[in-house]
Design a protein around this ligand. Structure first.
Ligand code: 4AD
Ligand code: MG
Length: 456
């Protein structure tokens, strides 16, 4: 007895003979002479239709139950599928009371409705499609870096640095009872946090391996309940040594973005098709624009000019030196033709200590060589910069921010074989929202963690 999965059977790798299938009932129709059971096993967006003699029906065979089906494959008379199973046995391995089962058929294909059942959500066909697409985007990300000669680094989850300096840290406590009361407050007696970014660890590694990347969970104690913020999200971060300028970083961001988008669009058509039942119809037309390379690029100062010239469109019009709000980010992407747009060369005070200082501009304003990528409907999806590699400039900056003591090791990197380098961090969930057209970030992650919500 060979165990088959739905995807392989429908692809035609198994065309005839006896098969054994395991999965969950997604549809059930009992007629006078024939029983139809649709079985899903998560391997693809489709179900495999099982036909059987009504004598194989039992009261346990219900929507949602787990079954093992044995039978013979035959060509299907239905145009929607190439084959079907004529069952000789249907064994219910796990019952599912249809009256109690919270995932009702009427809830299907509504990502929002299924949020109420985080432990059952993955059985919804649309959310299952989304999780498969997420896995494909993950592989495409690794493939991009590996094809470009990057080394993957597992940067730590626990860290003592606040890379972004924004104070959005989750403190880690130990519950080790052998320690004193005081020691229990901190991670083995010294402060530790959940990482907000693996960047500084990647910078260490870029000092030996030239091109490195990491892709893992990242944490922000951010009280925002917006549709694009999570307390735990995944960041794709890269660091590149021997850069010639910010353009080197921009090129890598663009290359990664397009490569992942292209991969999803070309290799997952049936999952994308299924997910379209939950997304806005106009999203499909927008997808090609995500691949219009090179992406537009404007400086922060140009962005401020654009925004000030359209002051009526906003609640608040930023002066030079103020951070952009989401309404500004969305406006800029639309203004540039509904395409991704890089905004470069930000005021120094808006970016963390590590960003490399530019020469002052014609108005004696201090900017840094940093870049944000803004995309339609979402806003910022990625941030990067050249890093300050000049020891004296970095020392002065750290000193001015009162960070010199904590970052001696970081300064060391500028003493021993320092090279021009830069990197970026891409919010993986925001990328998925953008490509898949999903308005709420809670619907693109298996188990969303956010302000006041960590249900299981
Ligand atoms: O702009 P951020 O804060 O940049 C950094 O952390 C850099 N150290 C990255 C680097 O250069 N290695 O975060 C990078 C991206 C953002 O552009 C956004 O897409 C995403 O991470 N992000 C979030 N995504 C979901 N929920 C949140 N709370 C997020 N905060 C940032
Ligand atoms: Mg940012």
């Amino acid at each position: 007895r060979r165990l088959e999965n739905v995807r392989d059977v429908l692809r035609g790798s198994t065309r005839s003979g006896r098969v054994l299938m395991q999965g969950w009932v997604q549809g059930l129709r009992v007629q006078k002479d024939v029983l139809f059971v649709d079985v899903s096993d998560g391997s693809c967006s489709r179900v495999l239709q099982v036909i059987a003699d009504p004598s194989l029906h039992s009261s346990n065979l219900t929507f949602g139950s787990a079954v093992e089906v044995e039978g013979r494959l035959q060509a299907s008379p239905f145009p929607a599928q190439p084959v079907e199973i004529v069952a000789s046995s249907i064994v219910v391995l796990g019952t599912c009371d249809p009256l109690e089962y919270p995932l009702k058929r009427k809830h299907r294909y509504s990502l929002e409705n299924t949020r109420r059942y985080p432990h059952l959500r993955c059985r919804d066909p649309a959310f299952a499609a989304l999780l498969r697409l997420r896995a494909v985007a993950t592989s495409a990300t690794h493939k991009f870096f590996q094809d470009q000669g990057y080394l993957q680094i597992h940067t730590p989850i626990l860290t003592s640095n606040d890379c972004e300096g924004a104070g959005e840290l989750f403190h880690v406590q130990s519950s080790h009872t052998a320690d004193s009361q005081d020691a229990r407050k901190e991670f083995f007696n010294s402060p530790a946090y959940l990482t907000v970014s693996g960047q500084l660890h990647l910078e260490v590694m870029a000092g030996a391996f030239r091109k490195v990347y990491t892709f893992g969970p990242t944490f922000r104690a951010d009280s925002s309940q917006s549709r694009r913020h999570l307390a735990e999200f995944h960041m794709v971060e890269a660091e590149i040594s021997f850069t010639q300028g910010l353009q080197d970083v921009i090129q890598e961001i663009e290359g990664l973005y397009c490569s992942v988008v292209r991969h999803i669009l070309t290799s997952c058509s049936s999952d994308l098709e299924l997910l379209r039942r939950c997304t806005a119809p106009e999203h499909k037309a927008k997808l090609d624009k995500l691949l219009s390379i090179p992406f537009k690029s404007i400086t922060y100062s140009e962005a401020i000019d654009i925004l000030q010239n359209s002051a009526k469109a906003f609640h608040f019009v930023p002066d030079w030196g103020k951070d952009l709000q989401r309404e500004h980010e969305l406006y800029l992407a639309t203004h540039c033709g509904d395409v991704p747009v890089f905004v470069t060369d930000w005021p120094r005070e808006l970016k963390p200590f590590y960003a490399r200082q530019n020469e002052t501009d014609e108005h004696s304003r201090m900017t840094v060589a940093s870049v944000d990528l803004l995309v339609p409907d979402i806003g910022e999806v990625c941030g990067g910069s050249l890093r300050e590699e000049r020891e004296s400039v970095l020392q002065e900056r750290l000193n001015r921010l009162g960070l010199l003591d904590s970052y001696q090791w970081y300064l060391d990197l500028r003493k021993y074989g320092s090279v021009p380098h830069g990197g970026f961090g891409l919010g993986f969930e925001r990328l998925l929202q953008n490509v898949l057209g999903i308005p709420n970030i809670r619907d693109v992650i298996p188990f969303p963690r956010l302000y006041h919500s960590c249900p299981l």
